[in-house]
Design a protein around this ligand. Structure first.
Ligand code: PRP
Ligand code: MN
Ligand code: MG
Length: 181
């Protein structure tokens, strides 16, 4: 096993668990979309790992596009005021869109993004997230595919960062409180 050091207090989901659950979600997605694959929209930067694994797990030809948004301003809490830092390349009018995310925390980013993409005339906009914190939600977000519901802990790895670090951990781990407090 990889040495966690003293900055990570526990592994919450191993790489194998994440990949196994993604395979299950991929089968659901294939069944739901049939032979009309959605455009996969990844939200930079956190969604990079889940996008890479989900896209390769899916048994259809899927196009990928990316957005970068900022919802945290200068603070550490999501403000709900979302700014587009990098927009989609694709015109999504009339298209089925599947947003791919690493985590839904307050839900503010995704609630805003889903509505934004719907207003562009997408045929459908659904969400797939690897992780969700049900007890941290501040707005209701309709999520079609959820990997794991997790407790309200500071988690890193598999794309998730603390101050841009830990994204390349293979597992999802809990950050030790002494690191951020
Ligand atoms: C994180 C995470 C989600 C969002 C969830 O992204 O990757 O995109 O926050 O938070 P919310 O549900 O409270 O809105 P972040 O803004 O940290 O950018 P990053 O993906 O580049 O790390
Ligand atoms: Mn993100
Ligand atoms: Mg982040």
């Amino acid at each position: 096993a990889k040495h966690l050091g003293d900055e990570l207090s526990a592994v919450l989901h191993t790489e194998a668990e994440l990949r196994g659950r993604l395979a299950e979600l991929a089968r659901e997605i294939e069944a739901d979309y049939g032979d009309e694959p959605p455009l996969l929209v990844g939200v930079l930067k956190g969604a990079v790992m889940v996008m890479a694994d989900l896209a390769r797990e899916l048994n259809f030809h899927a196009q990928m596009d990316w957005m970068a948004v900022s919802s945290y301003g200068a603070g550490t809490k999501s403000s709900g005021v979302v700014k587009i830092l990098k927009d989609l390349d694709a015109d999504i009018a009339g298209r089925d869109v599947l947003i791919v995310e690493d985590i839904i925390d307050s839900g503010l980013t995704l609630a805003w993004l889903k509505e934004n993409l719907e207003l562009r005339g997408a045929k459908s906009v659904k969400i797939c997230t690897m992780l969700r914190k049900p007890d941290a939600l501040k707005v209701e977000v309709d999520v079609a595919y959820v990997g794991f519901d997790i407790p309200v802990e500071f988690v890193v790895g598999y794309g998730l960062d603390y101050a841009e670090n830990y994204r390349n951990l293979r597992d999802v781990a809990i950050l030790a409180p002494h690191v951020y407090s």
